[in-house]
Design a protein around this ligand. Structure first.
Ligand SMILES: Cc1ncc(COP(=O)(O)O)c(C=O)c1O
Length: 453
């Protein structure tokens, strides 16, 4: 009988995160460490102590291949993990494709996405080091709600700067954060110097992830009891997400399936990393697995960005990271996938793109929503707009298999549900959703702000 879903017992849940960093050291594209913006030399990790706990700073540069997950984190993970791996047989039938499609369902967590995999870990390490409050940014609100959930669990306060356009588009995400006791503020706000300065120049500024990061970093750096937490991009965040791929490997083994193509959407790169990084050693050993990272055409970092050192935020408060970037001053158009509106990407993923191990691909939001509706009508689950981008690539690859009469195995990450994004679905059905084609001149302008290294 065809398996609909493959489950793992609680006791089968992996007890270690997979750290890809040691594997990246012998690639042709050199691994580029974060730089101190003042000296342009590799950053002294102790400089990060103003905003991060020591345990996470150590994980950021760790060369240990497998990192044990503390028991208290495993206990929280067990609320919703191991997550199911589904066979999307009804989608295969609808597409008349010989391809086999599987997906890892990360939407089953209490906040509804993969984000608590790292939120729980980050809040735990902060709690251990006596931190009382965490400041963070959020785009669509998935990360903010995950951090609110984790802070509530471990008894910390949470202040969440939410990109203003998403704050208006997704009011129920804010409500969710409030239920878990967090304070959610639309960004730009009048709570920080960065926010005040931006509001003075442009009172109706829609906000961006880069700007909300600046506000949260400033908040943490100016309060002794507060640290900052980032929901994507950094090595330790990607590390915590590898529980996805580690579980997936066990589930694929149970049904004796080997993936040909791995697909996920990329905002800062964390859920994509969680899915694919545990397979990097296999690819390096010669296994043919394509890894497709899907981004929005409105914010095409991997497909049209420069591979250069850049700031992670608008106010230039973060270290310089080597990544595909559209320039830290780039304000992406107001697409509905708020979590994909980031000017850069995780340095680890960017190195893998540069190396040719990962392929970048971009789609418009309307075609992504069309794919999401096809998926929801076949499989039932309603995807988040971010996840919809991955699904568009899955459908395209499955159709290609049909045309080429090839039976490939496609596995993707269902990174989150769209229950709080139904307003966006309404606009799609009413024909009121716009696509944005970024003219070259805007991208070239944004590149002018890249720091000179
Ligand atoms: C459901 C969902 N998927 C994907 C993303 C993109 O983030 P990342 O690239 O870090 O996985 C987000 C970000 O908010 C999200 O909410």
């Amino acid at each position: 009988m065809l398996e609909v879903k493959v489950l793992l017992e609680d006791r089968e849940m992996p007890k270690k995160w997979y750290n890809v960093l040691p594997e990246l050291m012998d690639l042709k594209t050199p691994f580029s460490p974060p730089l101190d913006p003042a000296t342009k030399k590799p950053l002294d990790p102790s400089k990060l102590e103003a905003i991060f706990p020591k345990a996470l700073i150590a994980q950021e540069a760790s060369m240990e291949k497998m990192i044990p997950i503390p028991e208290d984190i495993l206990k929280v993970y067990n609320i919703w993990r191991p997550t199911p791996m589904y066979r999307a047989a009804k989608l295969e039938k609808a597409l008349k494709t010989p391809a086999h499609i599987y997906f890892k369902n990360e939407s089953v967590s209490p906040p509804g996405s993969h984000k608590p995999n790292t939120a729980v870990a980050q809040v735990y390490y902060n709690m251990k080091e006596g931190v009382k409050r965490i400041a963070t940014e959020t785009g669509a609100g998935q990360w903010g709600s995950a951090l609110a959930f984790a802070c509530n669990y471990f008894g910390l306060k949470a202040t969440i700067y939410m990109v203003k356009v998403s704050y208006q588009q997704k009011p129920y995400r804010r409500s969710m954060m409030q239920v878990w006791g967090a304070h959610c503020i639309p960004s730009p706000s009048d709570k920080t110097n960065t926010g005040k300065a931006i509001l003075k120049q442009q009172p109706d500024h829609p906000g961006s992830l880069g700007l909300a990061i600046s506000e949260a970093v400033e908040d943490a750096a100016t309060h002794d009891d507060t640290k900052y937490s980032l929901g994507s991009v950094l090595n330790h965040v990607l590390l915590h997400q590898t529980i996805i791929g580690e579980e997936l490997k066990l589930q694929l083994k149970k049904v004796n399936v080997k993936p040909d193509i791995l697909i996920s959407c990329v905002g800062g790169g964390s859920n994509f990393a969680g899915l694919v990084l545990p397979f990097v050693p296999d690819v390096k050993a010669g296994k043919k697995i394509r890894m497709i990272a899907v981004e929005p055409t409105a914010c095409p970092t991997l497909t049209r960005g420069y591979y250069a050192y850049d700031f992670g935020d608008v106010a230039e408060l973060t270290p310089l990271l080597k990544m595909y970037t559209l320039g830290h001053k780039f304000i992406p158009p107001k697409i509905h996938a708020g979590g994909l509106r980031y000017h850069g990407d995780a340095p680890i993923i960017c190195q893998l793109v540069k190396e040719g191990i990962v392929e970048g691909r971009a789609y418009h939001q309307k075609e992504a929503f069309k794919a999401a509706v096809t998926f929801a009508r076949a499989e039932g689950f309603i995807p988040a707009p971010e996840t919809a981008h991955a699904i568009k690539a899955v459908i395209d690859e499955a159709i290609k298999c049909r045309e080429e009469k090839k039976k490939k195995t496609i596995v993707f990450n269902f990174s989150g549900h769209g229950h709080f994004d139904l307003g966006s679905y309404d606009l799609y059905f009413e024909g009121k959703m716009e696509d944005y084609h970024l003219e070259k001149k805007y991208i070239e302008q944004a590149f002018k702000d890249l720091p000179k290294i």
